[in-house]
Design a protein around this ligand. Structure first.
Ligand code: BES
Length: 469
């Protein structure tokens, strides 16, 4: 215990410096989806490998088909009897694009600490919460542990990727090629949320994702909408009709076979979720909404944690500049994503969507599809030794005991860790619902950063003591 106390004290003492380090990391513009930022992604991987080497990991940048990965190893304590538990920490250093840039109050890649009227402090900037701040909570915990004790309480491998926000396209072959090196007893992942600012959470599920870009074309050039209007097929109208057809009046997705494999929420899970006391009005109210817009007859928590969706993430075509132009565009395109739940098959959903579009395509029109990632949903056990260990450690740190929650977002690697490496995952994160991840003015509470570091120190310490099995 004395050892853990000194690690926690070291974290508290060095908080300002840990914020400075996070700022350095956040200044790197690691937008993975935009090829213009490939150099910045590599610099970010190099920065991380350098930082991990500096604290005693054997770290390197490992090339992949896309943006590079970072792999770092620490053997943990030496001279102890028996097998040392081995954890793999996964995080991602890439971030989402910053647009619409005009809605940011500060420069997205010039991180700052902001004090709010209620006295709380927050780190603002792209990547503060998703996922640079979160991954650094773990790195800082390791730094302090090594500084205070000369080692870590268990064997630790750190694996950071730079393509999570683009659906992790290079990950699968990379995992296969590095199976030995990346296999551990359990994966620890810090890319999810707390329940509220006082209540830590372990996420037991993530939705899957299918991303599709669809381009509809008609005439071989843009047309005068008076000269041709009435006679010419209009790709924008055609595409919007197809998108409109994706949902019925009850908010259900109309793709054939879409709900195959979708199960009703088990009663015991419903009970756990009911006990959380979720406030639907507050959840919607925080973003200026009041009426749940998903499937009729489902609670909001069900809609975001346990039901699949189809969403249009972007749509473009024709003249969108200033003023007005009477034109029938030659093409229109949309970016559409499906969030999946257990046990929908991403490949089948993609095929069903493509067939749905093709069937609705009138004469003279053509369609092109581009794939943007596909990963199944994952469901983790509600009870396991490592989950109990983490739950206790988190409850020791925060004002309220840890709870178990679902999570509507996706982290593609989690399912692959299980499938390819046979490794379970523990999802512990310190984000909050109002962190504005993927939006302008992304932030991470300083309390998340500080207590997140302390939480990992406690979890590592407990795993070192109790193991994971
Ligand atoms: N950190 C998020 C996942 C998440 C979202 C956790 C919301 C908690 C609340 C993760 O980095 C993310 O954004 N993932 C993408 C993956 C996609 C592009 C394949 C997502 O969910 O959109």
């Amino acid at each position: 215990m004395a050892q853990l106390d000194s690690v926690l004290a070291c974290l508290d003492l060095n908080l300002d410096r840990s914020v400075e380090r996070l700022f350095e990391l956040m200044r790197l513009k690691s937008i993975s989806t935009d090829p213009d930022y490939a150099g910045e992604c590599r610099k970010t991987a190099e920065w991380l490998a350098g930082d991990l080497s500096a604290i005693g990991f054997s770290a390197r940048v490992a090339d992949s088909a896309g943006h590079p990965m970072v792999i770092a190893h620490h053997a943990g304590p030496s001279g102890v009897a028996g097998r040392v538990p081995h954890v793999l920490f996964y995080g991602h250093y890439d971030v989402q694009p910053v647009d619409p840039i005009e809605l940011w109050d500060t420069e997205p890649f010039s991180p700052a600490l902001k004090t709010m009227p209620d006295g709380t402090r927050r780190i603002v900037g792209r990547g503060s919460a998703d996922d640079k701040g979160q991954l650094m909570t773990f790195v800082e915990a390791c730094r302090a542990y090594i500084a205070e004790t000369g080692s870590l309480p268990c064997r630790v491998t750190i694996f950071l990727e730079g393509e999570e926000e683009s659906g992790s396209p290079s990950l699968l072959p990379f995992l296969d090629a590095h199976r030995e090196e990346l296999s551990a007893d359990v994966a620890l992942i810090c890319d999810t949320n707390m329940w509220d600012r006082d209540t830590p959470a372990i996420s037991t599920g993530l939705r899957g994702l299918v991303g599709e870009e669809v381009v509809v074309r008609a005439a071989d050039k843009d047309l005068h909408s008076g000269y041709f209007g009435g006679a010419a097929a209009n790709p924008i109208r055609i595409l919007s009709k197809i998108i409109g057809d994706l949902h019925d009046a009850d908010g259900r997705v109309t793709l054939p076979g879409f709900y195959d494999g979708v199960e009703e929420l088990p009663d015991d899970v419903r009970t756990i979720w009911d006990e959380l006391g979720f406030d639907e009005a507050a959840f919607l109210g925080q973003v200026g909404l009041s009426v749940p817009a998903g499937e009729r007859g489902r609670t909001v928590l069900e809609q975001v944690w346990a039901r699949p969706t189809a969403e249009v993430n972007g749509i473009e075509g024709g003249y969108t500049g200033k003023g007005f132009k009477t034109v029938i565009a030659a093409e229109a395109f949309a970016k559409i994503s499906f969030r999946l739940v257990f046990s929908q098959d991403p490949a089948r959903i993609r095929e069903s969507f493509r067939a749905f579009v093709r069937e609705r395509l009138p004469a003279d029109c053509s369609v092109e599809f581009h794939e943007h990632g596909g990963s199944p949903a994952i469901q983790l056990p509600f009870d396991s030794a490592v989950l109990r260990t983490a739950r206790e450690a988190l409850s020791d740190e925060w004002p309220k005991p840890a709870v178990m929650i679902g999570m509507g977002g996706s982290i593609p690697v989690v399912g692959e860790f299980k499938r390819r490496l046979g490794m379970g995952s523990l999802l512990v994160g310190f984000g909050l619902g109002d962190d504005r991840i993927h939006s302008p003015n992304e932030k991470y509470e300083l309390s998340s950063y500080a207590k997140g570091q302390r939480s990992w120190a406690r979890i590592l310490d407990a795993i070192g003591r109790d193991g994971v099995a």
